[in-house]
Design a binder for this molecule. Structure first.
Ligand SMILES: CC(C)(COP(=O)(O)OP(=O)(O)OC[C@H]1O[C@@H](n2cnc3c(N)ncnc32)[C@H](O)[C@@H]1OP(=O)(O)O)[C@@H](O)C(=O)NCCC(=O)NCCS
Length: 180
C-alpha cells in the first residue's frame, strides 16, 4: 500500500509504501550494503542470506497485518533508499513501540529521514491501537540522528556506557522516548 508519493522538503522524488513478500531480495541488498558501511546501526558487517531475509519479512508482514508493527520503505526511481519501523513490544510492554530508521548513504541529508519519521508516527497513531510510548536507541556519537529525534519531541532517558561496539570502539548507547 502506497502512503506517500511526492517530494521531500529538499526536493527528492520518493514513493513510500509498506513492504510486500516480493521485496526480500531488495531488502536483503539494502541491509547488507548498510551493514558493510558499519554506520550507526546494529548490523556491523554481518550479511543476511536470502533465506534469513525471507523469514524476517514473512514474520514482520504478519505483525503488520495484526496491527503490531509499522514498516515503511522509501523508493527513489525504483531503488530502495530508506526504511523505518515501529514494532510493538510484548506482555507488560504492549503499549510500547520500538522505533528504527535508516537512509542509504547517497540519499542522506535530503529530507528523507524527516519525512519518514513524520509518516511512520502518523501511521502508528492510526494503526497501533495500544501505542502510548515510542522508544529508541542511538549511538552516543550519532549527533545527526539525535538532533532529528529531538526535533520530533524525543527525550533522552538513559545511557548505557559502552553499550555498542562499532568499528572497534565502544560507544555509549543512548535511550530516548516520546509519549504518544
Ligand atoms: C539519521 C538519518 C536516519 C537521518 O536521515 P536523513 O534523511 O539523513 O535526515 P534529513 O535530511 O531528513 O534531516 C533530518 C534532520 O537531521 C539533521 N541532519 C541531517 N543531515 C545533517 C547533516 N549533514 N548535518 C547536521 N545535521 C543533519 C538535521 O537536524 C535535519 O533537520 P533539518 O533539515 O530541519 O535541520 C540518516 O542520516 C541515516 O540513516 N544515517 C545512518 C544510519 C543511522 O544513523 N540510523 C539511525 C540509527 S539510531
Amino acid at each position: 500500500m502506497v502512503i506517500f508519493q511526492g517530494k521531500t522538503e529538499k526536493g527528492l522524488e520518493v514513493i513510500i509504501r509498506y513492504p510486500k513478500r516480493e521485496d526480500a531480495q531488495i531488502l536483503r541488498h539494502y541491509i547488507n550494503t548498510l551493514s558493510k558501511e558499519r554506520t550507526y546501526i546494529l548490523f556491523q558487517g554481518e550479511q543476511l542470506s536470502l533465506r534469513e531475509e525471507k523469514k524476517y519479512l514473512n514474520s514482520v508482514i504478519k505483525q503488520i497485518n495484526k496491527n503490531e508493527a509499522i514498516i515503511l520503505l522509501v523508493f527513489h526511481k525504483d531503488q530502495l533508499i530508506a526504511e523505518t519501523d515501529i514494532k510493538m513490544q510484548l506482555r507488560s510492554e504492549n503499549h510500547v513501540g520500538a522505533f528504527g530508521i535508516s537512509v542509504a548513504k547517497d540519499y542522506r541529508s535530503q529530507g528523507v529521514g524527516k519525512l519518514l519519521m513524520d509518516l511512520v508516527i502518523k501511521e502508528a497513531k492510526i494503526n497501533l491501537k495500544k501505542l502510548k510510548i515510542i522508544r529508541l536507541g542511538v549511538f552516543a556519537n550519532n549527533f545527526i540522528a539525535q538532533k532529528m529525534y529531538q526535533q520530533f519531541g524525543f527525550i533522552k532517558y538513559g545511557n548505557l556506557p559502552k553499550g555498542f561496539l562499532r568499528r572497534g570502539q565502544y560507544v555509549d548507547h543512548v535511550y530516548m522516548y516520546k509519549n504518544i
